[in-house]
Design a protein around this ligand. Sequence first.
Ligand code: PRX
Length: 637
Amino acid sequence: MVPKIHSLGGYIHEYQKSVTNPEAFWAEVAEGFYWHKRCDTVLEWDFKGPSIKWFAGGKLNITENIFERNLYTIGNQPALIWEPNNPNEKTRLLTYFELYKEVNKFANTLKQLNVKKGDRVAIYMPMIPELTIAMLACARIGAVHSVVFAGFSANSLSDRIIDADAKIVLTADGGFRGDKITPLKNIVDEALETCPDVEKVIVYQRTNSKINMVEGRDIWWHKAIEGMLEECPAEEMDAEDNLFILYTSGSTGKPKGIVHTTAGYMVYTAYTFLNVFQYNAGDVYFCTADIGWVTGHSYIVYGPLLNGAQTLMFEGIPTWPDAGRFWDVVDKHKVNQFYTAPTAIRSLIALGMEHITNKDLSSLKVLGTVGEPINEEAWHWYHDHIGRNRCPIVDTWWQTETGGVMISPIPGIIPTKPSFATLPLPGIQPVIVNGDNKELTGNSVKGNLCIKFPWPGMARTIWGDHERFRKTYFSTFKNLYFTGDGAQRDEDGYYRILGRVDDVINVSGHRLGTAEIENAINSHPLVNESAVVGYPHSIKGQGIYAFVVCGELSTGGEEGIRKSIKMAVTNMIGPFARPDLIQLVPGLPKTRSGKIMRRILRKVAEGDASNLGDITTLLDEEVVDKIIDGALVPVKR
Ligand code: PRX
C-alpha cells in the first residue's frame, strides 16, 4: 500500500528523507505497487535535454494496480459513484469488480477495432462512467488516451485529434449540462471534416438526441460492446511508456500536448491523493472537476482508484436545478472529502446563503481547492459555511505538467493559512528565483517559482515537440523546471502562489493562452489585430479583456461586432474562452520594433494607469491616452 503521513513529525521526517535521498524515498513508495518486473534504476535525469526516467526497466500495467491489486479485498466495494445531472435520475454505482468488467469489455472492443499499444484514442465525452471506463480501457491495452474537454469547439477538437494523430474517437450523442444539452456528436462530425485519418467513432447514447451516424465509421457504444468478454489481459507496459496526452494552453497560440508516462504518474497520483486528502478506507471522495482537465484525470480517476477509494463523479453543474446542488450531492452521498475550484466557491457565495443553511454537511472532513489562487474572503466563506469551522482546507497548487499536487497542506497536520498553499509535499523541492537567474534563499522572498529536482509525476515531453518542451520549461532558468507562476515564500516558509508571470491566464480555473484567444479574435474578417490580457474578476478570478482594432464596423455597429467577435471565439475555442470585455481601439501600444507593450494594456485592464513605467520606446504615445479614455473599467490615471 501507499505510505501515509500521520503527524507533523511524520511529514518533516518524510520530507527530509525525500530530499536527502529521493531515490530511496520513491523506491519505498513504489514498493506498494504491483510490478511484473521491478525497475533497474529509480531515477535517471538531466534537465538540459531534458530527459527524465523514473523506475526505468520496470514493467507493469496501471489498471492492474487499480483492479487486480485490490479486487481480492475490495472487489465488492463501490469504486465509482455517479451522480447524474438531473437529481431525479438514478445514481449509478459501480463496484471495483463491476468497473473492472466494464473496462475489460471495452478494452476488448478497442482491440477488436484494431487499436494497439501506443495508438492514440481521442475521447470527447460528457461526465458519465463510460468516460472513466474508456480511459482505463485504453490503459489496459496500452493505448494512449487523449481526453478533450467536452466544452471545446469542433475546431479545437479537430486540432487536437490531428496533433495526436488519433484514428479513433469516443464520444456520446450529447451531454447534459443543467437544462442544456451539448450536441457532442454533431461537434465531432464537424471536427472530423478536417480529420481524414479518423477511421472509427464510437458513440454512447446518453441524451437520445437525434444524430447522424456515418455508415462504416460510426458505431453505437452499446452495439460495439455486445458479446465482448469481461476479461482482458493487461498489456505489459514499460515504466516510461506513454499513458496519456492532455492538451493545455501556453504562451503561444498552439496548445501543447502534455505527455505523462505510466509508472511515475501512477506512483505520484496515488501517493499525493492519499496524503493530500487523508483518505481513509470507506470514505466518499468528491472532486467537482471535469475529467477533461488534469484535475479529473489525477483526482477523479487515477489517484482515487489506485487507492481503492470511492470516487464520486458528477455530471451536472453547481447551479442547476439550484445553487444548492453540490451540497445536496454531499448530503446524499455523505461525502467526506470535497475538492473544487475557487471560482465555483465565489459564484456560490454570490448566489446567497439560502442554498446552504438548510444543508447538513456534517459528513465533510476535508475541503480542497485547485486551479487558481483563492482569495481570503472565499477561503473564509468556504471554511466557515461549508466546513462549518471543522474542516481543514487544502489549497493545492499544481499544473497539468506536474501530474499531481506539488504544494499543499496535509489536512489536520500542516496548519493552514488563508490563500497559502503552504508547504511542498515530500519529494518536491521548490525554489524562488529572481529575473537574474538567482535563487532567493531564506524566507520572505518573492519571485519566479521553479522546481529544482525531478518528481515521478512530472510531464516527460510535449507530444511531437520535445524542443518546445525544453524551451518552455527548462531554458528560462538554468537547471530548473520553470512553472510559469510567481510565488512568495513568507516568514514561516509557506508558499503563496501569486499567479502566472507569462501570457497564460486563469479564467474560472480554465487555463487559456492570450495568444490563443487573439488568434480566434483575429479570425474575424473585420478585425485587423488584437491584444488580450487578464483583469481581476470577482467571480472568475481573472476575466478576459480584449483590445481590438477593426478596419470598419459592420451594420450592427460596435455592439454587433462585439457579439460576432464573441461568436468567433466560441467557434474557434469554446464558450469558456469568450472575452468578458471587448474594447474597440484605434491602435495598440507598440514599440518602434512593432512589439505590443502588453504591460500597458494589463495596467489599463487592472484599472490603474498611474504608473505606466517607461513608455518612451512607444511608436505612438497618444494611443495610450485614447485607450484609457475608452476603457471599459474605471482607470486611475
Ligand atoms: O497558475 C497556476 C494555477 O493553475 C495553473 C495550472 O493550470 P492547469 O495546468 O490547468 O492545472 C490546473 C489544475 C491543477 C498553475 O500554473 N493554479 C493551480 N492551482 C493553484 C493555482 N494557482 C494558485 N493556487 C493554486 N492552488
